[in-house]
Design a protein around this ligand. Structure first.
Ligand SMILES: C[S@@+](CC[C@H](N)C(=O)[O-])C[C@H]1O[C@@H](n2cnc3c(N)ncnc32)[C@H](O)[C@@H]1O
Length: 205
């Protein structure tokens, strides 16, 4: 049985990072990763649409993992794995270089206060790690409601090996946060699409 088969046959949806370290995801076929999946709507939709791909959802809130794991089980989806972790640790520990086909993060926490900007996920350092884990030519999609966070991310991009396409977009993902913003009459979001055009070597631990 190859890694892909054993991952898909496992009834375990919640897995810990230590256990995942033992798995060679290089043999798992096409892998898509959602960072901060929240209520999991988009992850579940994509996994239903692409049953031949493996979807790994990373979320730091245990409550969301439990909530979404029930939804995944009730839909009999066997191509989703949920990992309770900070995305930085998950990318450092479980994914080999050049192993991921697509990454997305919808409405990542914007940390609007200046003194909290150090908590923002998509820093230059993290983008370099993301680059290392993505397959050459593959893409990462980030959508935010915060123009300030969008502009901050664009400034982080030099030397991360990505070609960037950024634009404003209307609501289209139907996630909990997107619905929340719509209820507050927000109908324009900021989309950053990153395409890996140069490989960045991982920095030493
Ligand atoms: C604003 S919510 C958006 C949730 C969902 N994507 C949506 O559109 O409804 C941000 C989510 O990202 C998660 N999150 C924030 N930072 C994270 C990190 N470093 N690693 C993993 N998840 C994170 C939060 O727990 C939260 O569920």
């Amino acid at each position: 049985m190859d890694t892909r088969e054993s991952l898909c046959e496992s009834p375990v949806i919640i897995a810990d990072r230590e256990a995942w370290k033992e798995t060679n995801l290089k043999d798992a076929g096409t892998i898509e990763v959602e960072i901060g999946f929240g209520s999991g709507e988009y992850l579940i939709r994509r996994a239903s649409e692409y049953p031949d791909r493996l979807f790994i959802g990373i979320e730091k809130k245990p409550g969301m993992i439990t909530e979404v794991s029930k939804r995944v089980a009730s839909r009999n989806l066997n191509n989703i794995r949920l990992l309770e972790s900070c995305a930085k640790d998950a990318f450092t520990d479980i994914f080999p270089a050049s192993s991921i086909s697509r990454v997305y993060s919808l409405f990542p926490d914007p940390w609007p206060k200046r003194k909290h900007s150090k908590y923002r996920l998509f820093s230059t350092e993290y983008l370099r790690l993301l680059n290392n884990r993505l397959i050459f030519g593959c893409e990462a999609l980030i959508v935010t409601d915060s123009e300030d966070y969008c502009n901050w991310m664009l400034k982080q991009l030099p030397d991360t090996g990505f070609e960037v396409e950024n634009s404003t977009i209307p609501p289209q993902f139907d996630t909990r946060f997107e619905r929340r913003w719509r209820e507050q009459d927000l109908s324009t979001f900021f989309r950053i699409l990153l395409k890996k055009v140069r490989h960045i070597e991982a920095s030493p631990p």
